[in-house]
Design a protein around this ligand. Structure first.
Ligand SMILES: Nc1ncnc2c1ncn2[C@@H]1O[C@H](COP(=O)(O)OP(=O)(O)OP(=O)(O)O)[C@@H](O)[C@H]1O
Length: 263
């Protein structure tokens, strides 16, 4: 029983069909344990976002089950703050300051205003933005906006963070900085992270495990544990062990695309 109680997210034979013809996911199986950092890696359109949206209760499976802590994601979202979502677009409200953007989800849930403000400042400090509380989104760079978006997700102290290509629109240097900051936060806050990417380097650098998906209809085509030590620093990218994982993951990804061509 101990092992299953560690299970945080489970996909069991999950299929998702849109408009009765687009099969986004087909019998997708994956089990994610507490504290893991799992990347969903796969070609464009293979159903990565759909898999994440199912875990967030934003979509319902056509077949099979998705469970979060053994409950339906919708129930978890309704009853707890356990799940938070970060999208590729920071999605900030332009008329609210940075502090007020982070406060918004806390305000919606009600509670002690002073505590909420303290928590919002704590998470903004964590992402390096404590000097920008009164700024408006238009005054920030893309990387800073993404930091606000991450802070907003963290403010509710989620146990599971779902991230859909959060760094895809950023330049390389900003992306690398945010990747390291994210790993820091993941360790400090002891969260489980599900992270969608089609970037092999990013998947290897961040993850404890990579779930490689096949081209549409998306299935889990292979899994790879990334046994590189934490904390992971910039130098790791030039280490032969890192290159080996990147090569292995690239081969798995290629393999999943080749299989599709043969079908
Ligand atoms: N709401 C929807 N209605 C209809 N089709 C959809 C919907 N959401 C996704 N799809 C389709 O399902 C398939 C999988 O989409 P999804 O966004 O999950 O893929 P992805 O792997 O995240 O892609 P990318 O890497 O390009 O973002 C695609 O063919 C997409 O067009």
């Amino acid at each position: 029983m101990a092992a299953s109680s560690m299970e945080v997210v489970s996909y069991q034979r999950v299929s998702k069909v849109f408009n009765s013809e687009t099969v986004a996911l087909m019998e997708f199986d994956l089990s994610i344990k507490k504290g893991e950092f799992v990347s969903f890696l796969g070609p464009s359109g293979c159903g990565k976002s759909t898999a994440l949206r199912l875990a967030a209760g934003l979509e319902r499976p056509s077949n099979g089950t998705v469970k979060i802590f053994d409950k339906s994601p919708k129930k978890v979202i309704k009853q707890t703050n356990d799940i938070a979502f970060v999208f590729q677009d920071a999605n900030l409200l332009p008329w609210r300051t940075i502090l007020d953007n982070v406060l918004l989800p806390l305000e919606l849930r009600g509670g002690n205003k002073k505590e909420q403000k303290k928590e919002a400042i704590r998470v903004l400090e964590m992402v390096g933005l404590k000097d920008y509380l009164d700024y408006y989104p238009r005054q920030l760079s893309g990387g800073m906006k993404m930091r606000v978006s991450i802070a907003r997700a963290l403010a509710a102290k989620p146990k599971i963070l779902l991230m859909d290509e959060p760094f895809a629109a950023l330049d390389e240097i900003t992306r690398q900085t945010l990747q390291m900051e994210l790993l820091d936060i993941w360790q400090k806050e002891e969260m489980t992270i599900l992270f969608v990417t089609h970037n092999v380097f990013e998947a290897v650098f961040l993850s404890t495990r990579i779930a490689v998906m096949s081209a549409r209809p998306g299935r889990l085509s292979s899994e790879m544990e990334v046994d590189l030590p934490f904390p992971r620093k910039l130098e790791l990218r030039t280490d032969p062990s890192f290159s080996q994982y990147v090569e292995d993951a690239s081969l798995l990804l290629e393999g999943s695309s080749i299989k599709r061509e043969l079908i």
